[in-house]
Design a binder for this molecule. Structure first.
Ligand SMILES: Nc1ncnc2c1ncn2[C@@H]1O[C@H](COP(=O)(O)OP(=O)(O)OP(=O)(O)O)[C@@H](O)[C@H]1O
Length: 655
């Protein structure tokens, strides 16, 4: 997809990809062995960038929202993921070419084929066509592959509608689409088998005896749910509260693609915010954010085959029930604020609501924060209201009380039908079936009890359906059973909290942020610049001695030491390259500032400080420069503030 940089230039993905490789932001894993698709290693700038993103995430969420962080294991026993539903349902649809053995992810294949036909239609109508490919050779090939075939307007509309809701189809529906639109192996034209489910979890066995099957976790959430009771206790039984976790997750993606955007091992940061389901899932801090507008792409728009977004203040979105509740709305705003703090381009951010089929059956509402990149709109954060599903299924399976018990302010008086059994007669009558019969009686609904009360009154005996006993029915006489309406006083309220879950893919955010921050500075040769906010930049300061003169060395050493003591990362470039070249090399890495040591520095201990984006410089004393850098990095001042109060340094020829 053709996108533009922050300065309005056409975005050149090939140039950025080459920069990423050259400067080792990230690189394919096991490359000298030929690599494995969907696995990447991060190099020094990538690691520093990721660490800074995670650091800001911790401050923005864990610290600001007083969350409880946990670090749970990645190895997870089969039983846990069976209970959560992942063993049966965590799957994508794949289809196989029986002739070549090639495997395609069904929804991606339908998407690609329809998109390419739409491109062919554009070509046939003489319109400009974008080709999504970083490798120039492959790009040329792809352009050649586009067949200029004009489609009927109605078919164009159908294709657009399908593409707008491509995440909404199950395997059967994808199979029908493939038949209806004659979708085959794009390379050979060979017919494909119907889509089958492929579970995305990596299976393993824990321990030497291989009798404890397990998986590498596909998300961090389950570990958090299983610790719910302990965390509630840690929080002095007080609700609402949230846990948070950062760590690796693993998914055996059918066709990893688009660099860091679809990989098989990635860092996730997830929050599980537990809320009382009664009272509309209010959030105590909603008032603070209610006027913040978000760009929302709602479900109805997508169902109509459109992608128009609407800017809506979250207060209004919750009031009109477009967003299900305050807590979900609060987190959508906090997610937006976090992404903008990182330096994401606000114009390339939208929140897309999940369609009914796309959401898990138990979810009340779900929105994805999507970022626009040259690969199209990419889901970077999912934010779902998972209702009480997870805690309920784990509690049911294990018997652990994953619920909240609260003393009621006012005791609750409940009128109800109660049943008493005369155990002395009941036991001998039912013998070995006693427990089964008792359980069936216990499980009778209030309506049923009322009916049985009348039967007992009128006939002196009742008949109860009991599964697992002969005939499936038992008879009980007045002498054994008594049914009465009584008042029960409940002092404690017991409920299973609902969960709002914001789930962040750190790699997707990191890559999208790099795309949003990258541009090229025109000059003798165009040079890449990555304009990360100082707080996010992998390295904050580049220290450059004007030349190799030995007088500069102690000053550089001292400055580096001082900055380190302030917690400001810095690197020295004392190579023989020109100052301009040295700055340019670091602009590519996103290094926010440059400090130059020159002859004047030796004389009066003043230094120049250069801003990466504007290339403007100021000159001031060592103390002033260090203080300025610190406030720029922690975000208390901007470059405009610094340039406004420190003397300008005009010697641009240093560039
Ligand atoms: N294969 C992957 N590679 C990188 N990040 C991923 C991958 N799968 C999921 N994520 C990240 O984890 C977040 C939460 O996961 P979630 O289960 O909601 O994703 P998903 O809906 O399965 O994603 P998709 O539909 O793109 O496969 C996503 O928003 C995304 O940022």
């Amino acid at each position: 997809m053709a996108t533009t940089t922050r300065t309005g230039q056409p975005f050149d993905r090939a140039a950025l990809e080459s920069l990423m490789r050259r400067r080792m932001f990230y690189t394919p894993s096991f490359e000298i062995y030929g690599g494995v698709s969907g696995l990447y290693d991060y190099g020094p700038p990538g690691c520093a960038l990721q660490a800074n993103i995670i650091d800001i995430w911790r401050k923005h969420f864990v610290l600001e929202e007083d969350m409880m962080e946990v670090d749970c294991t990645m190895l997870t026993p089969h039983e846990v993921l069976k209970t959560s539903g992942h063993v049966d349902k965590f799957a994508d649809w794949m289809c196989k070419d029986p002739k070549t053995g090639e495997i395609f992810r069904a929804d991606h294949l339908v998407e690609e084929v329809l998109e390419s036909r739409l491109k062919g239609d554009k070509e046939a109508r003489g319109q400009k066509v974008d080709v999504d490919e970083e490798d120039p050779k492959k790009k040329k090939k792809k352009v050649k592959e586009i067949k200029a075939v004009k489609l009927d307007d109605s078919v164009v509309h159908e294709y657009e509608e399908i593409l707008a809701k491509i995440d909404n189809y199950n395997g059967e529906e994808l199979g029908l689409l493939m038949t209806k639109y004659d979708i085959k192996n794009p390379a050979t034209g060979g017919a494909l088998l119907p889509p089958v489910a492929f579970n995305l979890m990596f299976q393993t066995s824990i321990g030497p005896s291989s009798n404890l099957p397990g998986y590498l976790r596909p998300e961090t959430a389950q570990g958090q749910f299983l610790n719910f009771q302990k965390m509630l206790e840690f929080n002095q039984q007080s609700m609402p509260f949230a846990s948070a976790s950062i760590g690796k997750s693993f998914r055996n993606e059918i066709s990893p693609r688009s660099g860091l955007l679809r990989v098989r091992e990635f860092t996730m940061a997830e929050i599980e915010h537990y809320v009382d389901p009664e009272g509309g899932k209010k959030h105590p801090r909603f008032e603070e954010v209610k006027n913040v507008s978000l760009s929302l792409l709602n479900r109805e728009t997508q169902l109509a085959g459109k992608t128009d977004v609407e800017a809506v203040p979250i207060g209004k979105a919750v009031e009109t029930k477009l967003v299900d509740n305050e807590t979900l709305g609060y987190f959508l705003v906090r997610i937006q604020q976090f992404l903008i703090k990182l330096g994401v381009d606000e114009k390339k951010l939208r929140f897309r609501q999940h369609m009914a089929n796309e959401m898990a059956h138990y979810a009340a509402d779900c929105w994805d924060a999507e970022l626009l990149t040259s690969y199209g709109w990419i889901e970077c954060v999912g934010c779902a209201d998972r209702s009480a599903y997870d805690l309920t299924v784990h509690a049911k399976k294990t018997g652990a009380p994953l619920c909240v018990r609260e003393t009621r302010k006012e005791p609750l008086r409940i009128e109800e039908w109660q049943i008493d059994l005369d155990k002395k007669k009941f036991g001998p009558k039912f013998k070995k079936d006693g427990k089964t019969v008792e359980a069936a009686i216990e499980a009778l609904t209030q309506d049923m009890r009322e009916k049985l009360f009348l039967d007992l009154k009128n006939d002196g005996k009742i008949t109860v359906d009991v599964e697992g006993v002969a005939n499936g029915k038992v008879e009980l006489e007045k002498a054994i059973i008594n049914i009465e309406k009584r008042t029960r006083v409940e002092n404690v309220r017991e409920y299973t909290p609902n969960v709002i879950e914001p789930s962040f893919g750190i790699g997707r955010i990191l890559y999208s942020l790099i795309e949003h921050s990258y541009w090229t500075r025109e000059g003798d040769e165009a040079r890449g610049v990555i304009s990360f906010p100082p707080m996010v930049a992998p390295t904050k300061v580049l220290l450059v001695p004007l030349s190799g003169v030995s007088d500069f060395k102690p000053l550089i050493k001292r400055m580096s030491h001082r900055l380190r003591a302030l917690g400001v990362s810095n690197r020295v470039d004392d190579s023989s390259a020109s100052i301009g070249k040295r700055y340019a090399r670091n602009d590519e890495l996103g290094t926010a500032f440059g400090i130059t040591v020159d002859f004047q520095s030796v004389k009066d201990n003043t230094f120049t400080l250069r801003d990466r984006d504007s290339t403007k410089q100021v000159r001031a004393s060592e103390d002033e420069i260090c203080a300025a850098v610190q406030s720029l990095v922690d975000g208390t001042e901007t470059w405009a503030d610094i340039a406004g109060r420190l003397p300008k340094f005009e010697q641009q020829e240093l560039e």
